[in-house]
Each structure stands twice: as structure tokens, then as C-alpha cells.
Design a protein around this ligand. Structure first.
Ligand SMILES: [Fe+2]
Length: 371
């Protein structure tokens, strides 16, 4: 499994040495980025969102990435960072500008630092003006930069609170970002209209605030007369970010089982745990009756309800125990799991890999055909 997946990970990276993923939080319009050096699998996550932590962690785990650090471009005012949660889950460092002076930061960053992950690295550039701790992270070959809110697609971050200063932002953008190669791709911290990426040459030409013939005077004139409403979430987001996203109250971990949420959003359990706890569970097999009673075998004590009959026969499922859904590969039972969750069942999970993996890992089946 590991060897073949190494190949698929390289293919997923486009055959190159860098894996790159852009993730989106629709609630706050925030982009999160995952980078990894494919040969070594060391990686970095940039600007994770607290509420999206299960999604981000599942992707890191499914791709087998060992995180060096979770880093933020600045102390955000509109969402809480997921950095502390990622640190707790993976042991990675928490990186933020030293100038932000936030708690729980283990990697205080300053201009000129290099953050290595495997054979690749990010160059840290100080780009204040939106906040005084804004950083832009530039990939080693200057092909990609992560600009946070300093420079957005055809726009830029506001300068009217959180130590913002339009003159400072002008100097940062023109001195540290637009001096990168014209072809350098620019990935922003936010977008609210579906724009995902830009480039230096595009922003020089078309950025409505500073592109074309705009001067510093034009830019400052634009930025100081915007009359924006106060950010609605700042009272919660900023204090949270000054703790690197560590909650004030302990995070509850009273799950009924060590459920792993896949990147597809599916709660799953491994065969080993299901085998150890099978007498405390209701196992529901959603294959056909022919498969259940056929040569592939079945799990002793499992309840047969074929997937097409599940909705009509839900009342037959005992309500006193957690449910584990299973089929041959985990595909049909994935749909069954989703259907039962949607119908209101709380403690439901899919058997990861189905009976195929169950058997491959050496757990017993009943009714198997003789070899
Ligand atoms: Fe911001």
C-alpha cells in the first residue's frame, strides 16, 4: 500500500517534487494551503481555519504528509487559526510573525527566515501594512508566493485597524511582492468572488488599487476613504489568534470510538478496532443476500440489510448500540453510513476498506468458500 501510494502521490503532484493543494472555507472566504516535498513527504500548512481542522487533518493523513509547521500569514481578524489544533494533532510547530507577539507560537518568524520542509523551503518576507505582523511566504524558486491579506486578487487587505497603514502596505507590496518575477503566481489569503490565484504581472497591470499607473498617493487615497464596516468576528477571532487558536476551554474528545473522518467527510473505523469491540456494536452488512450467503463470507452476528432496502428497514436496526456499516470494499456502506447519519443516527461509522480489508488484515469471516 505505502509503495503504490508513493507513486500516486508523485502523480498527484503533477510528476514534480512539490505537492500543492488549495483549500477553501466558504464561511469566511479563507484559503488554506498545503505544501509538501513529495520525496520526503515533509510539508507545511498555511493559514488553516479552526472550523476546518478535521478536513485539513484528514487530507494531511490520507496523503501521508509529516507536517513541519502550521504557519499563518498574520493574526487574522475574521477567523480563528487552526494552527494549535494541527500542532496538537501532529506535533508540528506553530509559526507566526514574531511581531504578532502571540501565545503558543513555537516558530516566531522574521524577515529573511527560511522554513525548510524536506528539500524545499519557504522564504519569509515581512509585508506589513494590513497588520504590522503580516508575512508573505515565497517558494524557494520564486514561482509561487502566499501573500495573505497584503495582496489579494485585484485588491488588498484593509489598513484601517489592527496597526494598518496604507503607506506601509504600499511599500510592502511594491517592494517585496511585485518585485518577484512577473510569472510568479500569487495565492491570496481570501477571496469572496471565486478568484483563486493571480500573478505578479497581472496585479501590476490590473490591481484596481495599485496597478497600472497608480502612484502611492493614489493608493493611499483609495485605502483611506473606503469606510468599511468594523469586522463582525474580530472580538472572537483576534483574541483566539493571539493564542494561536488554542481554545479557552479544553476541546471535548468524548467520541464513542476512535473515528477517523476521511477527506471525503466520512466517519470510518479500522478493522482492528471493530474486531476488538464487535460485541458492543451492531454490524450492518449492506451487500446483497447472495453476497452475504455466498463464497465471500460474512461477519458472524452481522445484520443483513441490503443497501436498496435500508431506508424502508431502518426500524429493524437496534438503537442501543453504535452502528458499523460494511460491504465488500466500503463503497456501498459509505453511502449507507451517510444515509443513516442524515436520518439522525448519531453513532455510525463505515468499516474502512470493507470486508476486503478485514480479510486482508487477517480477521475471520464465516461462510467462506473452501480454498
Ligand atoms: Fe486579515
Amino acid at each position: 500500500m505505502a509503495a503504490s501510494f508513493t507513486l500516486s502521490l508523485a502523480a498527484a503532484a503533477g510528476g514534480g517534487a512539490l505537492l500543492f493543494r488549495q483549500l477553501f472555507d466558504a464561511d469566511t472566504g479563507t484559503f488554506t494551503y498545503l505544501l509538501a516535498d513529495v520525496p520526503s513527504r515533509w510539508g507545511v500548512v498555511i493559514d488553516p481555519v479552526f472550523d476546518q481542522h478535521p478536513r485539513d487533518l484528514s487530507l494531511v493523513r490520507e496523503l501521508g504528509i509529516a507536517l513541519v509547521a502550521s504557519i499563518d500569514t498574520h493574526a487574522h481578524a475574521d477567523h480563528v487559526t487552526g494552527s494549535w489544533l494541527m500542532h496538537r494533532a501532529t506535533g508540528c510547530a506553530i509559526g507566526l510573525a514574531a511581531a504578532a507577539d502571540a501565545e503558543n507560537v513555537t516558530l516566531p518568524l522574521v524577515h529573511g527566515d527560511r522554513l525548510h520542509f524536506g528539500e524545499r523551503w519557504l522564504e519569509v518576507r515581512s509585508t506589513p501594512g494590513h497588520t504590522n505582523g503580516c508575512l508573505t511566504y515565497v517558494l524557494d524558486d520564486h514561482s509561487i508566493a502566499f501573500t495573505g491579506d497584503a495582496l489579494l486578487v485585484r485588491s488588498c487587505g484593509r489598513c484601517d485597524f489592527q496597526q494598518g497603514n496604507a503607506q506601509t502596505l504600499w511599500a510592502s507590496i511594491t517592494g517585496q511582492i511585485l518585485t518577484l518575477p512577473d510569472s510568479c503566481l500569487l495565492y491570496p489569503g481570501h477571496d469572496y468572488a471565486g478568484r483563486t490565484v493571480s500573478s505578479v504581472v497581472e496585479e501590476k497591470a490590473f490591481n484596481v488599487r495599485l496597478g497600472g499607473a497608480a502612484t502611492e498617493r493614489d493608493f493611499v487615497g483609495h485605502m483611506t476613504h473606503m469606510s468599511l464596516p468594523h469586522p463582525g468576528r474580530i472580538a472572537i477571532a483576534l483574541p483566539g489568534n493571539l493564542r494561536s487558536g488554542k481554545p479557552l476551554q479544553p476541546v471535548s474528545t468524548d467520541e464513542w470510538a476512535p473515528v477517523v473522518h476521511s477527506y471525503a467527510g466520512l466517519p470510518e473505523l479500522p478493522p482492528a478496532w471493530v474486531s476488538d469491540h464487535r460485541h458492543q456494536l451492531t454490524l450492518v452488512d449492506v451487500r446483497s443476500s447472495e453476497e452475504f450467503h455466498g463464497p465471500d463470507g460474512h461477519l458472524q452476528g452481522s445484520l443483513l440489510i441490503p443497501l436498496p432496502e435500508l431506508a424502508a428497514r431502518r426500524a429493524e436496526i437496534p438503537g442501543d448500540r453504535p452502528l458499523v456499516l460494511l460491504c465488500h470494499s466500503g463503497s456501498r456502506s459509505a453511502l449507507a453510513t451517510q444515509q443513516l447519519l442524515k436520518a439522525g443516527h448519531q453513532r455510525v461509522a463505515n468499516l474502512h476498506g470493507g470486508l476486503h480489508r478485514w480479510e486482508a488484515e487477517g480477521y475471520p469471516l464465516d461462510g467462506l468458500a473452501a480454498p
